[in-house]
Unconditional design. Structure first.
Length: 286
């Protein structure tokens, strides 16, 4: 199924895409409600998709988990040496739920950065409560998948001079560049796991104003979806509605010095999961 969270008559509801251009409503609230108690599609009313405002499938996940450096071509495109998987653990980090945006929502250009970049990613939505799940069982905890864009500020400026010789400054600037409002668009819908038999066989593409910037495949992940879910569950209990972004392939803007500008249109897509399209809004003023 393709599941949606949307606004109808000013209230958040959820349902499934039905016959391509209609939505069969399951009930009130976002898809987290359905994930906590999944059931067969109810005999609910249907509404024209065109009359609804589609939101991120999970608009405010309790945990939004990112993964840094999970594609070798992304690691090496900046000149770094390839990572040795045998001596590596997945590099997880957390983002606030306020980073989440939905399809069509503008990506804001914040006042604290002049360099805003794109990162198309497969987003995994957890569907069960799990702790210390083993890799062989990890995919059973996945409810489904959606398209993500881990928008990233590549430089941070706070209006005063800092000690840039301290390595911690660079690390925390990188981390803060992931936390900004609207920097984690998700959507347009959640495709249930039964329709994605192999999450390691999905083509990913990102375009800016129609020009291809990223083109890759989840087969090239350093750590698979199952391995990432298992590793994350070793660190923290995962709950239905938690979202895990799985890393990005090569083609980010920082390697060429190209960044997003007001008026740009960013389109991230994954075969079978749809197109996530977001405009870029004018820069915030101090």
């Amino acid at each position: 199924m393709k599941l949606l969270t949307y606004l109808r008559d000013g209230a958040v509801r959820h349902g499934r895409l039905h016959d391509g251009d209609r939505v069969q409503e399951f009930g009130d609230g976002d898809l987290t409600v359905w994930l906590r108690a999944p059931a067969g599609p109810p005999a609910g009313p249907t509404y024209a998709l065109a009359g609804l405002r589609v939101l991120a499938p999970i608009p405010a996940p309790a945990k939004l988990i990112g993964v840094a450096a999970n594609y070798q071509d992304h690691v090496t495109e900046s000149g770094a040496a390839p990572l040795d998987r045998g001596r590596l653990a997945p590099r997880l980090f957390l983002m606030p739920p306020t980073a989440v945006a939905g399809p069509g929502d503008p990506i804001p250009l914040p006042k604290v950065s002049e360099q805003v970049d794109w990162e198309a990613e497969l987003a995994v939505v957890i569907g069960a409560t799990v702790k210390d799940v083993v890799v062989a069982d990890a995919l059973a905890a996945v409810a489904g998948y959606t398209v993500g864009n881990d928008v990233s500020a590549r430089s941070m400026s706070y209006g005063y001079e800092r000690d840039n010789g301290d390595p911690a400054v660079g690390f925390f600037d990188w981390l803060a560049g992931k936390w900004l409002d609207g920097f984690a668009p998700l959507g347009p819908y959640l495709v249930t796991a039964d329709e994605v038999p192999d999450p390691q066989a999905l083509d990913i593409e990102l375009r800016v104003n129609g020009a291809v910037k990223q083109r890759g495949s989840t087969k090239d992940m350093i750590f698979t979806v199952a391995e990432l879910v298992a590793f994350a569950s070793a660190l923290m209990t995962l709950h239905p509605g938690d979202v895990l972004l799985t890393g990005t392939p090569a083609g980010v803007g920082v390697t060429s010095g190209e960044f997003l500008s007001a008026g740009d249109e960013v389109s991230a897509s994954i075969v079978g999961l749809g197109f996530l399209i977001n405009p870029v809004s004018p820069r915030e003023t101090p």
